[in-house]
Design a protein around this ligand. Sequence first.
Ligand SMILES: [Zn+2]
Ligand SMILES: [Zn+2]
Length: 105
Amino acid sequence: MKFCPECEVKLKKSSSGLQCSKCGYTEGQKIKQTKKVLDDQEPNKEFNVFEGNEGEESLPTIKIECEKCGNDEAVWWMLQTRSADEPTTQFYRCSKCKYTWRNYA
Ligand SMILES: [Zn+2]
Ligand SMILES: [Zn+2]
């Protein structure tokens, strides 16, 4: 006989497994697997944040080498992508060729 770890009530058999009639705890319940979808294949929609926008000039610059043209200066900004539980991503944009990439910190 199994007991609920929460309220120590005897678990009863239910369709989804052994279940506590008091709190609804179900033993052996499958944990929902949240599929981590790799979004690298998506079009770079985050990169268009400044399209038609003002403000790029006011962005801070950083000494970093552009892998496209070898220029050593880029503007950077932080962007919260999608859900709030994702880490903030840092973006760089080459001040010369406008190539934009992101920093996976
Ligand atoms: Zn319970
Ligand atoms: Zn560049």
